[in-house]
Design a protein around this ligand. Sequence first.
Ligand code: SF4
Length: 694
Amino acid sequence: VIDQGVPEHSVVTTCAYCGVGCSFKAEMKGDQLVRMVPYKGGAANHGHSCVKGRFAFGYATHKDRIRTPMIRDSIDEPWREVSWEDAIQFSARRLKETQAKYGRESIGGITSSRCTNEETYLVQKLIRAAFGNNNTDTCARVCHSPTGYGLKTTMGESAGTQTFDSVMQADTILVIGANPTDAHPVFGSQMRRRLREGATLIVADPRRIDLLKTPHGGRAMHLALRPGTNVALINALAHVVVSEGLEDQAFIASRCESGAYQAWRDFILEQRNSPEALEAETGVPAGKVREAARAYATAGNGAIYYGLGVTEHSQGSTMVMGIANLAMATGNIGREGVGVNPLRGQNNVQGSCDMGSFPHELPGYQHVADPVVRQRFEAVWKVKIDDEPGLRIPNMFDAAIAGTFKALYVQGEDIAQSDPNTQHVEAALTSLDCLIVQDIFLNETAKYAHVLLPGSTFLEKNGTFTNAERRINRVRKVMPPLAGKEDWEVTQDLANALGYPMNYSHPSEIMDEIAQLTPTFTGVSYAKLEELGSIQWPCNDTHPDGTPTMHQVDFPIGKGHFAVTEYVATDERANRRYPLLLTTGRILSQYNVGAQTRRTDNSLWHEEDVLEIHPSDAEVRGVRDGDWLGVASRVGHTVLRCKVSDRMLPGVVYTTFHHPGSGANVITTDNSDWATNCPEYKVTAVQVEKVTQP
Ligand code: SF4
């Protein structure tokens, strides 16, 4: 659908790929999308774009799109095409029967960071109000749930602190476990511009990412740590800051809790946290750690950006708190050019978390156990809300295998491909009496489903996405939904069929309800979004036009809270049988499990996932580029093509997970973050050997 003619009109909307949230003009000829033109008025992208947002939209009209609802009594039967009405009634009947037989807690749902804020809000409302429990979770569970926990604990808000533009004021940029030029390309380019102007770059990553190749005036340092040792490294950096007197004492005295600070300081000064003591564990020379710590702490403006290389570990939440500690200790919070900035992978990770998808939190991160909060929601929703947190996604899988969790509604998420330990996920899904999948394609999860409800793409709906800088952007309908309904309408129909009335006529009404119930959103409305173009929350009486920089005067919890970050090595250690550590990531042209980008011309740039291996590890195994490699972990086995690469550390291998056939998650384990159950995708001990064929 690229360049099919002269456009007749255009609609400004938001890219549905990564958390940068670029604005585009969708140029149309009738109902046909002619091209996507980056919008100069977009506050996140200023007219820039990448190959995904600019070109990879053809999936929206791909022949594989599901256009008709389908049902079947068991997963061994073929699908039957039915009307929307029949599919909704079938779903409601199955859900009611399941609850009648197994109890109120036996069903739940999963929201998607691909969907709009309004759709996500509605799914968690459906679960809490119509299902009558808190068994709601989001795919953010498997990416940034530790960000939510770690930033809320230390600084009181589960969100990044800065605008993207703030990077242009940074003097030292510390990038931890993120690859912005591939995963957040427009922001990666902006970061590169700042590096060319002379900012210092520190990259903490087992892999030599492209950002390190940027020609620039300042210094560039690569802390090539072993996978799984993030917390040891952040403690070592903090040890240097404290032991060398590089703290911002004025900031600490005025902005942080003194007791928590003193406890952290005593801990971090212990000799076991010094760079020298931890060198053998992290693999990073102590001298480099000292140099990096000084560069960050004495920069003037030090800014931290991090990604899934921080969160997807057994100590993901600890590491997020360690990052916040470092920023507070050096006073790098509360002004332009500094801050702690999680780079969200999907377009609406921030929004799906904000909208109450987690089993313990209502919208705005308000805990379900708080009676005042519950009362406020109950008055508007006209229903009793359970005061007990519900099941997280991994708990749902375990309960399904145990036979106590029997029905699941999944909107816009392919859990069979994206969640770790595929065998375990499949066992859980096959144990369900009712799996309802709402998606644009017949995805891997749909193989285990009893109901398939056609989803709508971002081009077919109205709503909002919230990007990684808390910016709420409008999503505007460009073409009618291919299957006749927007996703929020389907959720509403299901609620009504279950006997819980919902009667919204437009997503703007859902946003009005969100604003009524969410203290950080009270000033948000579609009218204000039209007026301002976009809004960064908090947007309320105190900040009527939004908040570009957080924590300028105080933290939402009053004073910043230092957390003691004890390093605990992951159980997933290399040994003689599994001598290499596998870590995973993404490439520029593809997106997550590839459901969209694989159905566009972008697939020409990436036909398969490969295993990157250091030349020394390749030589020992007698393998070369293009050979097939058997990759076995403690839980599974797959086959990938070999790519010898000196971007890797010796002893570390790397792959992407864009193709279902690559089986990356067949080999990842059940290990997860101690606080949030975010899976430890980034560390899997594996053995690798040459095989003759896949
Ligand atoms: Fe879309 Fe992200 Fe690319 Fe922007 S940087 S066009 S939001 S994929």
